[in-house]
Ligand binder design. Structure first.
Ligand code: SF4
Ligand code: SF4
Length: 438
């Protein structure tokens, strides 16, 4: 029965939610004055808790684009975003893991002296050379996933389509919209490299309906290439989630990875990074961040160097003088930050400030709304019961680990129960249990 219920709901777990996108689109893109960034900070421990290999030491001079460290798992290099001097290694909060960890501190000399460019690669290079160049450039999923892009393309077979995801379905966030509007030609150029790397016959760039400006720019940039299609998809949450997007476009499901059905998905900002690295020789040293939310008076997108502190970014914005919650990302999937002293990495594309609202949850009405809306086809309320009873077997049977933290179950709950938070706890409990069994 549970399997049938899951399949039934896999096609309906999506919902129209308010976007509030216009808030950050009313202002032009802001470029932060580099002179306001005295120091940049790079976490030296990866999410899997493994320390990075560090190539510089205190007192060393670096330039913009100097390779400073390497994430050992999947071999992902990090590059300095300013020119200057390595000052220290100090402990700071790493907002990705929520724990303090060593950070490399670089003092900006404000000269922005550039390192020599990365090796450029022509589009007619071999698949292997393109994948190697993507690896050398340290490109990771810039939609927030942070997964190394080269790994998705390494020795892949039977890929027919590269799906470029410019859907950006979370409220308030507009970095993909802005970057697609301003850099559509780069999106298409990067997508063509990815197409070549996978040997795919087609590229689809997916964007939500009513995003006219970005959509028109993408269509114009894609016009010379008959194998590249810009596809508008419904404005439903979570349309940007890989499974929902693939179900919508290909009417197919997969078990673990989209490559099982011949598709590789990359974010549109990742495609831009591929162009920047392979065509222009530039690694990712800056990015666009959306600063928005109902507690921000002058929301905008802002270009900042990687490694900047959140507080330096927020100094550029007027925040309501009320009790405010800062989310690193969008309001559906992000957790509140404890303070503003953390550094932004390449995968942080948004700071959302919301007026603090305290909900008083009441008892579950057993209305089934969380189940009906879950895009992963899960039954959150049954999972919560199993979690409370520490029933590991049932947690496994209910496929708890398929939850993608989309936040929709909390959003729709009439009892204001933090269902998503409880799902996260259930997943942690199950993972710990499974690791102990091994
Ligand atoms: S947070 Fe998890 S359980 Fe809740 S709706 Fe999203 S995928 Fe389903
Ligand atoms: S949506 Fe809320 S009230 Fe309804 S079944 Fe789920 S947890 Fe209970």
């Amino acid at each position: 029965m549970e399997g049938k219920v899951m399949k039934l709901f896999q096609t309906v777990g999506r919902r129209k939610i308010p976007g509030y996108k216009s808030m950050s689109l009313e202002r032009e893109l802001v470029v932060l004055d580099p002179k306001k960034v005295e120091y940049v900070y790079f976490p030296l421990v990866a999410a899997n808790n493994v320390p990075l290999e560090v190539f510089v030491k205190e007192g060393d001079k670096v330039k913009v684009g100097t390779k400073i460290a390497l994430k050992q798992q999947f071999s992902v290099p990090l590059f300095s975003s300013v020119s200057g001097t390595v000052r220290a290694i100090e402990k700071r909060l790493d907002v990705t893991t929520g724990r303090p960890c060593d950070h490399l501190v670089i003092k900006n000399d404000f000269k922005m002296t550039k390192e020599k460019p990365l090796k450029k690669v022509e589009l007619d290079a071999s698949k292997e050379d393109i994948v190697a160049a993507i690896k050398e450039a340290g490109i990771v999923g810039l939609g927030g996933a942070n997964f190394p892009t080269w790994v998705k393309y390494n020795n892949v077979k039977d890929i027919h389509t590269i799906l470029i995801n410019a859907v950006e379905c979370e409220p308030y966030l507009t970095t993909d919209y802005v970057s697609c509007s301003l850099n559509a030609a780069k999106v298409i150029s990067g997508a063509r490299y990815l197409q070549k790397a996978a040997g795919a016959s087609k590229v689809i760039v997916a964007i939500k309906v009513k995003k006219e400006q970005a959509c028109n720019c993408l269509k114009e940039a894609a016009a010379p290439y008959p194998d590249i299609e810009v596809r508008e998809v419904p404005d439903r949450y979570p349309m940007g989630w890989e499974r929902t997007l693939i179900q919508t476009i290909f009417k197919k499901q997969y078990d673990k990875l989209p490559s099982e059905i011949g598709v590789i998905v990359n974010n549109s900002t990742t495609a831009i990074a591929v162009h920047d690295a392979l065509v222009e020789g530039s690694p990712i040293v800056s990015r666009i961040v959306t600063v928005s939310g109902n507690a921000v008076k002058n929301a905008a997108n802002i270009v900042v160097p990687v490694g900047i502190l959140a507080e330096t970014v927020l100094n550029e914005f007027e925040v309501e003088e009320k009790e405010v919650v800062l989310l690193v990302g969008g309001p559906m999937t992000s957790n509140p930050a404890k303070d503003v002293s953390f550094a932004l990495t390449v995968c942080h594309g948004a700071l959302t400030l919301l007026e603090k609202v305290v909900y008083r949850p009441v008892a579950c009405l057993r209305c089934g709304s969380c189940t009906a809306h879950c895009p992963a086809g899960l039954q959150p309320i049954e999972i919560l019961r199993a979690f409370e009873g520490r029933d590991y077997e049932r947690l496994e049977k209910l496929e708890t680990l398929r939850c993608v933290d989309c936040g929709l179950c909390s959003y729709v709950c009439p009892s204001k129960i933090e269902v998503t938070d409880m799902m996260k706890k259930a997943k942690t409990l199950l993972r710990v249990h499974q690791s102990r069994k091994k």
